[in-house]
Ligand binder design. Structure first.
Ligand SMILES: [Zn+2]
Length: 79
């Protein structure tokens, strides 16, 4: 996974990055993309804020299905 990261890949791995589930190499690659890409970075910001909100309200990780719904809505709004 040393190829340049695309927007799609970066967004796919966004949750894993936030959850610290990526290996250092992948995390760096995605993080680098987010730093440079104005399309993806706002989403990264939103995701962190969203997770903090969920953590405060539920003290648990949001179900994967809820995550995906919010994520898809975010993509539609950003289009
Ligand atoms: Zn991007």
């Amino acid at each position: 996974m040393t190829e340049k990261c695309t927007c799609g890949e970066a967004l796919e791995e966004l949750w894993a990055l936030i959850d610290n589930e990526l290996c250092t190499e992948d995390a760096q690659r995605v993080q680098e993309h987010l730093d440079r890409c104005r399309t993806c970075y706002p989403q990264y910001d939103f995701d962190r804020a969203y997770r903090q909100l969920v953590a405060l309200q539920c003290r648990e990780t949001a179900p994967a299905e809820l995550r995906r719904k919010v994520f898809m809505r975010l993509l539609e709004d950003g289009a």
